[in-house]
Write a protein that binds this ligand. Structure first.
Ligand code: ADP
Ligand code: MG
Length: 264
């Protein structure tokens, strides 16, 4: 089971969009995928069409209730996604976590519970809040890797050193095996010189961790959540759908390559 924290403390960079659509693309590729909405705003939950009154077992429960985990199944055209949605009580979780002795380890422990292990997920994607708070720390302590969406704009790299510092700290204190899954450029406009310049700059600075696949700015991607669906179902042949499928493919291929490298 690969647990990927989708994190960047900046808001509006494409974390939620990437969680939903990368998750859908991995599911379409035949993987069993669980999405965990760890942002109190609940955009992932709303985006896949889970109404507030349907949110029985939530990410708050997963962290703090001790109740048996029960993800919701969301049917897509190609397959299914499982989701643990966010509820408004998640907003107070950060404070409640501070009072807890195992404050950074609760998600990690919860994900190892039998009820979830038995569901045999290939991927767990965690949509983090726009902050480096205890919710994000819990995600990174539980994760096998961190995927960082970066918006292709002038200040793209700003704030990244703080994020990398947090990752190093978590490796040192709690999760030595935590990898960087990769950095993905989002909302890129390739006809635009600034976007091209930002992409070149990000690749020069960060090197190989940057995915070859770039997610273009595509209005269909931003429309899909208001129809409570993924870009793959909303407009399967759109540029956005093709890009998220390609991202899933690159993520799977990279991993297979690393595995072969470890063996050989
Ligand atoms: P975050 O979760 O990091 O705050 P979101 O995924 O919610 O960011 O994206 C912020 C806004 O940008 C949303 O309105 C979303 O629909 C839109 N958006 C994200 N990715 C794209 C894209 N590739 N093309 C067009 N709009 C996008
Ligand atoms: Mg979000």
């Amino acid at each position: 089971m690969r647990i990927i924290a989708i994190a960047n403390q900046k808001g509006g960079v494409g974390k939620t969009t990437t969680t939903i659509n990368l998750g859908a693309a991995l599911a379409e590729a035949g993987k069993r995928v669980l999405l965990i909405d760890l942002d109190p705003q609940g955009n992932t939950s709303t985006g896949v069409g889970i109404e507030p009154e349907q949110r029985g077992f939530s990410s708050y429960d997963l962290l703090l209730s001790g109740r048996k985990p029960m993800p919701l199944e969301v049917k897509t055209a190609a397959s299914s996604l499982w989701v643990i949605p966010a509820t408004t009580d998640l907003a107070s979780a950060d404070i409640e976590l501070h009072a807890h002795e195992k404050r950074s380890f609760l998600l990690s422990q919860a994900l190892r519970r039998k009820a979830l292990m038995e569901m045999a997920f290939d991927f767990v994607l965690i949509d983090c809040p726009p902050s480096l708070n205890l919710l994000t720390v819990n995600a990174m302590v539980a994760a096998t890797s961190v995927l960082v969406p970066l918006q292709a704009e002038f200040f793209a790299l700003e704030g990244l050193s703080q994020l990398m510092m947090t990752i190093r700290e978590i490796r040192a204190k709690a999760n030595p095996a935590l990898r960087i899954e990769g950095v993905v450029l989002t909302m890129a406009d390739m006809r635009n010189r600034l976007s091209q310049h930002v992409e070149a700059d990000v690749r020069a600075t960060l090197g190989e961790v940057v995915f070859n696949v770039v997610i273009p700015r595509n209005v269909r991607i931003s429309e899909a959540p208001s129809y409570a669906t993924t870009i793959l179902d909303y407009d399967p042949s759109s540029k956005g759908a093709l890009a998220y499928r390609a991202l899933a493919r690159e993520l799977l291929e990279r991993h297979d390559g690393q595995k072969r490298g470890e063996r050989g």
